[in-house]
Design a protein around this ligand. Sequence first.
Ligand code: SF4
Length: 221
Amino acid sequence: MYKINEIFSAIQGEGLDLGIPSTFIRFSGCDLNCKFCDTHHDPVNGNFTLSELFGLVKELGNRSVIITGGEPTLHPLLPLLKLLKEDGIRIGVESNFYMPTPEGWEDFVDTWSLAPKAKVTLEVFPKWQAFGISVPDGTQKAVKLLHPHFSRLEIEYFLEKFQGIDFNYGFTFYIMPVNQDFTLHKTNNENSLVMAKELAREFPDLDIRWGTQWHKTIGEK
Ligand code: SF4
């Protein structure tokens, strides 16, 4: 049975799949406990078999599914990923990249959205390198670096590892404010904007962008 926190239809409001109408499947539970977490991911609000879950996806009708949490890589989702892909559905996975991504997933996922939260995750470059090599050509890979959760120094330390490598393992790096409310957190958000522009100049070999969660701005879930 799949432990589901919620399943809903919405426009993807961030990252490389921005603007795609998608079905979000939020799996229950996480291996981290971030103070700024904006999801109530712990409760299991539904236990579904594979065919029940697939039926819900078909009912919602979107041709894109975002697998999220909590931390979805804690769940054995390979059969679900296979079934979605056989049906021609586009698959995005959102993960904190704290634990290794489960074996076999890379064959089915179109877009990885990796948002490290644990500081140690930024220090383990070989893990990022191995991941960059393991996914097939054409797979999209975003790394979301939250500011000020990570300081500018920490972000620079991380980006330096990728600069100067021929193909940078195909990552797109987003500098994102932790809190998306511009009225309440104007200074932090402006800092992240300025930082993204400066870092893009500082690391010209890298694909660096400023990112925010547009779904919150436009009132999408
Ligand atoms: S990793 Fe993500 S889902 Fe897990 S506690 Fe942190 S912000 Fe929440």
